[in-house]
Design a binder for this molecule. Structure first.
Ligand code: LFR
Length: 490
């Protein structure tokens, strides 16, 4: 049974063809493409029509493989959206969540809508780029789009709409907006109205696994493809990545490692209390109406930006080289808190890292190896802090950590994570989101009875590497210094 998963990340997208043979999943990458945001004036936007074009290219390539598809589905990063006008056309280009138009908007919103109220109703962490603040920023700027809009669609909803002509809001992504109420199981219409936008844009929320239409006739004619069902899966890429965690134990911790690092656990009900508010944990929707109690950690973004910075200066380093240089640099020389707001927006990371180190009276990392080492060690140390908080907030003890996502190709980071958290790290699969996307399509088709059966099959289909903790004393010592420098509370 062939199904196609499109997984769109912040810098690239891919289409993976999934096949099931003898209870093993086989995947074939049929298409890979870059996803480069475009800056026009001061505004950073997604090239959404290009992404749609690449989705169609993926369909064409699959057709050429003569693989008959039972269904297809799309997942992507969260929080970003498009607004649809009365005539059914997209209004403007979706903004990139790292655009600066949300600067200061979250803090100013708290003056009219208390933070506690928002958290109580949504259970979602406060990130300055959440959909709620993007809409409020547009409202403040008196954006004409808000006057014309009649529907709100998240990125995968939007691409699915282009393919099928049908509009539908998907659950896991809907929760990331900070406008969805997990207790009532619907959009929080009161909150939406308080933000000052129309709640009529927000329609019924569909569970992952719902059939959300079929390829529309114009696409069938243009590409010469049959009318394939398009499913809504766990369309937030992190929800799909968590779906693909090959855990045996129902109590497990994960780290989805890519541009972002998302660390947490799966819970049956959202954990909305003073502690989760205090530590800014989130309760995003998961598969089977579970919730992902987790926290965003800045992740490999800082290194990716450094790499781009070097490229602009005419120096090309591959990720493999960066990792090797980090390994050769002196250990535990300087730490940053990767989640400092300093590192959120695109730009000159070298000088920001040095600025952070100057402020905290540390040595200033200089060359590529020292900078990369500082980032990787700091990430590994931050993972320990968040893992311990996850245990505390969810009242569990984990005997290891599952790592999924492209970041696991960095064996050094996996090893340092194990060293830092003092527990084994089980790394795999690397294509977590795409595999979770495939798995939910197979659940919808009745091939797997539930996510736990899917996880078993994922476990036996893809390699998993174990990293045992080592060098504990040095990491313990580093952790104490890191917490002091980053000012992290108990
Ligand atoms: C990861 C991710 C995170 C979300 C961030 C922005 O790709 O989806 O879960 O917080 O991107 O949308």
């Amino acid at each position: 049974m062939n199904v196609l998963a499109y997984d769109l990340g912040a810098s690239s997208g891919r289409a993976l063809l999934g096949r099931l043979t003898h209870s093993k999943i086989e995947v074939e990458e049929v298409h890979r493409f870059s996803n480069e945001p475009v800056k026009v004036g001061e505004r950073l936007q997604w090239d959404i029509l290009r992404l749609y074009h690449e989705i169609k290219q993926g369909l064409l390539k699959t057709k050429h493989l003569r693989a008959e598809l039972q269904s297809l589905a799309i997942d992507s990063w969260a929080v970003d959206f498009g607004l649809i006008g009365q005539n059914g056309e997209l209004l403007g280009n979706p903004y990139h969540y790292r655009d600066r138009h949300t600067h200061g908007v979250m803090e100013s919103m708290f003056q009219s809508i208390p933070k506690e109220y928002i958290f109580q109703r949504t259970g979602i962490q406060f990130l300055p780029f959440n959909t709620i603040y993007q809409l409020a920023a547009m409202k403040q700027a008196d954006s004409p789009l808000l006057k014309e809009a009649s529907r709100f669609l998240m990125i995968p909803d939007l691409l699915r709409y282009f393919l099928t002509g049908e509009m539908l809001n998907e659950f896991t992504n809907a929760t990331s907006t900070q406008l969805y109420n997990p207790v009532t199981g619907d959009w929080d219409r009161e909150l939406i109205q308080r933000v000052g936008v129309s709640d009529s844009w927000f329609d019924r929320v569909a569970d992952p696994g719902t059939e959300a239409g079929r390829i529309r006739s114009s696409v069938m004619t243009d590409l010469g493809v049959p009318s394939i069902p398009v499913l809504a899966v766990a369309e937030h890429d992190t929800a799909s990545a968590v779906a693909a965690v090959p855990a045996l134990d129902r109590s497990f911790a994960y780290l989805s490692c890519g541009t972002w690092s998302l660390m947490g656990t799966e819970v049956e009900r959202p954990v909305i209390n003073e502690e989760t508010l205090r530590f800014n944990f989130t309760n995003e929707g998961g598969i089977g109406r579970s919730f992902r109690l987790l926290k965003n950690i800045m992740g490999l973004w800082i290194v990716q930006e450094l790499k781009r910075e070097w490229e602009r200066a005419g120096v090309e380093y591959s990720f493999t080289e960066i990792v090797r240089l980090a390994e050769e640099a002196p250990a535990f020389a300087a730490f940053i808190d990767p989640d400092d707001e300093l590192f959120l927006h695109a730009g000159d990371m070298r000088s920001r890292i040095r600025q952070y180190c100057r402020k905290t009276e540390q040595q200033l990392p200089d060359g590529p190896g020292e900078l990369a080492r500082c980032i990787f060690e700091s990430l590994a140390l931050k993972y320990r802090y968040i893992l311990e908080l996850t245990e505390k907030l969810s009242n569990q003890r984990f005997n290891g950590l599952h790592m999924v996502g492209g970041g696991i190709n960095n064996a050094l980071l996996c090893q340092w994570t194990a060293d830092s958290v003092g527990k084994p790290v089980w790394a795999g699969p690397a294509e977590g989101s795409a595999i979770g996307n495939l798995a939910v399509q197979w659940i919808a088709q009745g091939v797997f009875s539930d996510i736990w059966e899917a996880r078993q099959v994922i476990r036996s289909s893809f390699p998993m590497t174990t990293y045992e903790p080592s060098d504990r004393e040095a990491w313990e010592d580093a952790y104490g210094r890191f917490r002091q420098i980053a000012g992290l509370a108990d």
